[in-house]
Design a protein around this ligand. Sequence first.
Ligand code: FAD
Ligand code: AMP
Length: 478
Amino acid sequence: MSKHYNVIIIGSGPAGYVCAIRAAQLGQSVAIVECWADDQNKPVFGGTCLNVGCIPSKALLDSSHKFIEAKDQFAAHGIAITPPKIKVADMLARKSDIVSQLTSGVAGLLKHNGVDVIQGRGKLQAQRKVEVAMLDGATLQLEAEHIVLASGSEPMSIPPAPVDNTLIVDSTGALEFTEVPDRLGVIGAGVIGLELGSVWGRLGAQVIMLEALDSFLPSMDQQIAKEAQKIFKKQTLDIRLGARVTGTDIKEGKVEVTYVQGEKTLTEVFDKLIVSVGRQPRTKDLFASDSGITTDERGFVYVNDHCATEAPGVWAIGDIVRGPMLAHKGSEEGVMVAERISGKPMQLNYECIPSIIYTDPEVAAVGKTEQELKAEGVDYKVGTFPFAAIGRALASGNTDGMVKIVADKSTDRILGAHCVGPSAADLMQQMVIAMEFGSTAEDIQLMVFGHPTLSEAVHEAALAVDGHAIHMANRKKR
Ligand code: FAD
Ligand code: AMP
């Protein structure tokens, strides 16, 4: 006999668990199926984000940032200390502690909201049925009015660099190095590669990043990407573009990496190699062939704007569907689906999803880049403002970078905002709010910004859109 629910969710990452909580809040009977188990066979909630993604990487980024501050920046503030030493084991223990606080928090929230937790691997069948392969080998049959697929993603691999979890690791392995490697290779200078390369580079590794593409961060606004590249160059990251890895060889406990750059074939020897060449949706064995689900050639489940699949009553959210692979995008899709299941016609504004790289300084953006607007033939105007002219940035010693705002030339509506600089993520969140309210550049110009704050860079960039920034000599005066 199969057990019946209103909603069954497969996967408890930030997409799945948020969907479960919201659906339960709206009065649905909800079950969540999760196959991740710890070494005592207890379910692990929170998916990639909480366990091996956003949270542990940020814990290590924050630890390594404090190390760099103590090592290189305290002196400028008149603070004299003996050179700091990093205890990697303590840093990792702190990270694990943060992860378990959050994952047990999710377990508590699911319980509090009356969500049934089913431990095992779920597979969608026809007619909104789910078959769960339990850890003990038994099979459980479930059925529901609505099924939400939220099985997330996993690291991609490339044949020239097979992950052995010892010398060649993926992003998960790179969160667990027990000592700082002397020489660290990173394949792929995307978001994850930059963040993990930064962690170990700050702690003393010599980091070389090999990126196949000729341009740096091609999906970011290229003015901001170029500025970021310049700043990272001054730090410990040696980013080599147009460098395609073609092979690896393990020799005497080290990894020799062969790569092609232009006409040349080159090699580098590393103590550890991180493969961060992107992620792929985890949709293999997720649904039976007669379940009505279809995917594209890369495995992403086809959904409409509201995350409904082609099978009636089946939804898919998070990293397994189109759009950026970001925790907050998946979570909001989870909320949207829970609301729609409950008869509330929520929509998600995919134009306003912020993206962030947690390097130092951070890189963050929302909306259209200048190159996208050019390609679309949109007539736009641009304002930029450097942090070097912001008092608060100077006071804290974080003057690298700028804010950039692009607005429609005829309507003045803000179309995109981009930033490399201190607290870029939080500054760009202000622009998410502004853009959601359909703000024009003038709206921002007319607001009062607290002084001295980093936010003043947003104000000045908005003023610069029309050529009247105050603390800068404007090229076009109004
Ligand atoms: P996941 O988090 O992958 O969760 C899916 C869950 O489903 C897992 O728990 C899995 O065990 C379970 N599952 C899979 N198949 C089944 C099945 N058949 N039955 C039962 N359970 C199943 N994003 C950000 O927004 N900000 C960041 O700073 C950020 N940093 C990152 C850093 C790193 C190193 C990595 C790797 C990723 C980072 N991401 C970040 C991306 C973010 O982690 C993902 O976008 C997010 O976790 C996707 O959420 P999800 O719920 O779709 O899937
Ligand atoms: P992201 O998808 O943001 O995590 O970035 C992954 C990066 O890895 C992309 O910029 C790819 O161009 C890069 N990449 C993929 N394969 C290779 C390779 N063989 N050598 C170097 N870089 C690669």
